[in-house]
Design a protein around this ligand. Structure first.
Ligand code: BGC
Length: 580
C-alpha cells in the first residue's frame, strides 16, 4: 500500500509566510485554600495575511469545577478573535474572555478541554499570550507532556471505563496491545528482540483476516489476547480497517479483493462482522482504536480528472461514490460500539500538504463522516503518515526559511508544499478539520514506524546557504529521492517509539504499519490476495507524474505487501532514530 506523495495540482506564485508556535504556560503556585490550579497550552498557526488559528487546551489541575468556567487572557498587538468554538468568545480591547458552554461547564480534576478560535491581524513579532486565568486563578501548571501523561493517568484510573464513555485521548493511561504474530517475526530476527514488544497495528486487510489466515490469528483471537494482556487495566488495541471496494485506486501494490462496485459485500461481509465482534461484552473494557481506510479519500482529491495525476480507477471511485459511502458506513457501524475510537486517514504531508489538497481533503472527510448515517461524533480524530516515510520533525529547515531571498517553498524538494514535516502538518490539519466542522477535541495520530531517518547519513545541522536547494537537501532528514516515493524506501529507519500525548494536539505516536512488512513486491508475484505489482516498488523504475519522474528509491527483492521483508527490517533497525 501506501500511496503517492502527491504533488500540488498547480504551483501558486505567492509565498505566504506560515508560522506555527506552541507555548505552554506555567506560572506561580496556586493560592492556599480550595486548591485551584490550571494549565493552558496555547498553539497558534499563522496562515498568512494576518489570519491565524489558535488551539487552547485548558487542563484543570485543581478541585473539580462544576458550575462553569471562564478563561481570560490578552492577545498581543492588534490581534482579534474572529470566530471561536467550544466556548462563548468575547473581546474588549486586547482582553479575551472564553466562557464555557452549557455542555462543557464541568471540568473534573486533571480533565482537559480543547477550545479554539480563528483570529485576524496577526503581525510578525507578535508573541503568544503567556498569562491565563481560569475562574480568576492564574494558570500555573507544569507544561510538559510528561506531566500531562502523569496527571491524566490519575484521571483515568477509574477505568475500565463505563461502557458508553469515551475518554478524550484513549492512549493516555493505557497499555497497548502487542500483536504476538508480528512480535514473533520481529523476535526471530537478529537484534529484533529490542523492539519485538512494541505495539503495532493489526491489519484487517481482507475478509479472510477476520477469521484468521496462515500465520495470523483472526479478530477474536487478537481481542481475546488483548483482554489477557490488559489484565484489568485500560489497554488500546489498534486495528486497521482496510478493504474498501476498488481499494488503493492509484497504485497496484495493495489493490484489494473487492471490485469497485462491491459496496454491499464491504458492508455485509466485512464491516458488519467486524462490528459485531467488537461489540461483544467480553471486549467492552478494551479501547479499540481503528485506522479507517488509508489512502482512499485523499485519492479522490489528488488522483482524479482533470488533474495531470489522474488515474482512471480513481475517477471510477469518485464517480460511483463507494469510498465515501464505505467510509461513512464503517464509521457509523464501528462508531456505534461505545469503546471504539475511529481515526480517519489523512495521507501525509508529502501528499495533502499542498494548498490545493489540504482544505479539500478536510471538507471531503467531513462529508464522509456524515455519509451512510454517520455523524462527526463517530470520528475521534485523524491519522497521518500511515505506512509512509515523512519525517516527524525537520529540525534543520523550516517552511518560513529563505536563502538569498528565495523561499524554501521554491526548493525542488518542498516544491511549494506548505509543510516540511508530519508534526506541523498534523497539527495544522487538526485546525483545518475543526474549521470544516469536526469537533474541537479531535485528536491526531502520527505513524512513526518508519520515519526515523537515522544512521550515519543523517545530517547534523543545516545545509549550506549557497542556494535554496543546497540548503534544503543538505539539511533534510528525509533522504528519499522524491517526496512522492512510498514503497520500501531505501535508507529509512524506525522512528519515534509509540508514545501517548507527545505534543500538543497529538493523541499518540503509533506504529500502525508494522516494521518489517513490505509495502509491495519489487516484481510480479502471483498471489490470491488481490495484490498487484506496482512499478513504484521496483528499484529500477524511473518514475511517473506522481513522483516527478524520479527513481522509485525502493529496496530490491521485496515480497508482496504485508509479507515479511527481513532485509528491510534489518535496515530499519540500523537506521533507527532515536537509535536502538
Ligand atoms: C498490505 C496489507 C498489510 C499491511 C501491513 C499493506 O500494504 O496491503 O496486506 O497487512 O500493508 O503490512
Amino acid at each position: 500500500m501506501k500511496l503517492n506523495g502527491q504533488r500540488r495540482w498547480a504551483a501558486t506564485g505567492v509565498v505566504v509566510a506560515t508560522t506555527a508556535a506552541t507555548i505552554a504556560v506555567a506560572l506561580s503556585a496556586p493560592p492556599a485554600g480550595a486548591a485551584p490550579g490550571c494549565r493552558v497550552d496555547y498553539t497558534a498557526n499563522n496562515w498568512g495575511g494576518g489570519g491565524f488559528g489558535a488551539s487552547v487546551k485548558i487542563t484543570n489541575l485543581g478541585d473539580a469545577v462544576t458550575g462553569g468556567w471562564t478563561l481570560k487572557f490578552a492577545l498581543p498587538g492588534s490581534q482579534r478573535v474572529a470566530q471561536g468554538w467550544s466556548a462563548t468568545w468575547s473581546q474588549s480591547g486586547a482582553n479575551v474572555t472564553a466562557a464555557s458552554m452549557p455542555w462543557n461547564g464541568s471540568l473534573g480534576t486533571n480533565a482537559s478541554i480543547d477550545i479554539g478560535f480563528n483570529g485576524s491581524n496577526a503581525a510578525s513579532g507578535d508573541v503568544n499570550p503567556t498569562t491565563f486565568t481560569l475562574n480568576g486563578t492564574e494558570c500555573t501548571g507544569a507544561p510538559t507532556t510528561t506531566t500531562t501523561t502523569t496527571t491524566t493517568t490519575t484521571t483515568t484510573t477509574s477505568n475500565n471505563p463505563d461502557p458508553g464513555t469515551r475518554v478524550d485521548n484513549p492512549y493516555v493511561g493505557a497499555k497497548q496491545y502487542v500483536n504476538p504474530d508480528w512480535s514473533a517475526k520481529a523476535a526471530a530476527e537478529a537484534g529484533g528482540s529490542r523492539i519485538a514488544n512494541q505495539p503495532t497495528g493489526v491489519w484487517m486487510d481482507r475478509i479472510a483476516a477476520i477469521a484468521g489466515t496462515t500465520g495470523a490469528r483472526g479478530l477474536v483471537g487478537h481481542l481475546d489476547e488483548a483482554v489477557r494482556q490488559a489484565a484489568g487495566s485500560p489497554l488500546v488495541i489498534q486495528l486497521v480497517i482496510y478493504n474498501l471496494p476498488g481499494r488503493d485506486c492509484s497504485a497496484l501494490a495493495s489493490n484489494g479483493e473487492l471490485k469497485a462496485t462491491e459496496i454491499d459485500r464491504y458492508k455485509s461481509e466485512y464491516i458488519d462482522p467486524i462490528a459485531a465482534i467488537l461489540a461483544r461484552p467480553a471486549y467492552a473494557g478494551l479501547r479499540i482504536v481503528t485506522t479507517v481506510e488509508i489512502d482512499s479519500l485523499p485519492n479522490l482529491i489528488t488522483n482524479v480528472s482533470p488533474r495531470p495525476t489522474a488515474v482512471p480507477a480513481c475517477d471510477v471511485m469518485k464517480a460511483n461514490g463507494n469510498y465515501v459511502t464505505g467510509v461513512g458506513y464503517a464509521l457509523a457501524k464501528l462508531g456505534a460500539v461505545p469503546n471504539v475510537y475511529n481515526y480517519l486517514d489523512i495521507g501525509h504531508h508529502g501528499w495533502i500538504g499542498w494548498d490545493d489538497n489540504f482544505g479539500a481533503t478536510a471538507e471531503l472527510l467531513f462529508q464522509a463522516a456524515n455519509a451512510s448515517g454517520s455523524t462527526k461524533a463517530n470520528v475521534q480524530g485523524f491519522i497521518a503518515n500511515t505506512a509512509n516515510y515523512g519525517a516527524l520533525k525537520e529540525p534543520y529547515f523550516k517552511i518560513e526559511d529563505s536563502v538569498n531571498g528565495t523561499s524554501v517553498r521554491q526548493s525542488k524538494w518542498v516544491d511549494w508544499n506548505r509543510y516540511v514535516d508530519e508534526l506541523s502538518y498534523a497539527q495544522a490539519f487538526r485546525n483545518r478539520a475543526v474549521q470544516a466542522g469536526f469537533d474541537a477535541n479531535v485528536g491526531m495520530l502520527i505513524d512513526t514506524s518508519r520515519n526515523g531517518w537515522g544512521g550515519s547519513a543523517r545530517p547534523t545541522g543545516p545545509g549550506p546557504t549557497t542556494t535554496v536547494d543546497a540548503y534544503v537537501n543538505g539539511g533534510k532528514l528525509d533522504r528519499r529521492i522524491h517526496l512522492g516515493n512510498w514503497c520500501n524506501q531505501s535508507g529509512a529507519g524506525l522512528g519515534e517509539r509509540p508514545k501517548a500525548a507527545p505534543e500538543s494536539g497529538i493523541d499518540a505516536y503509533v506504529w500502525m504499519k508494522p516494521p518489517g512488512e513490505s509495502d509491495g513486491a519489487s516484481e510480479e508475484i502471483p498471489n490470491n490476495e488481490g495484490k498487484g505489482a506496482d512499478k513504484m516498488c521496483d528499484p529500477t523504475y524511473t518514475g511517473n507524474v506522481r513522483n516527478g519522474n524520479n527513481m522509485s528509491g525502493a529496496l530490491a527483492d521485496a515480497p508482496l505487501s504485508g509479507h515479511w521483508f527481513s532485509a528491510q527490517f534489518q535496515e530499519l533497525m540500523r537506521n533507527a532514530y532515536p537509535a536502538l
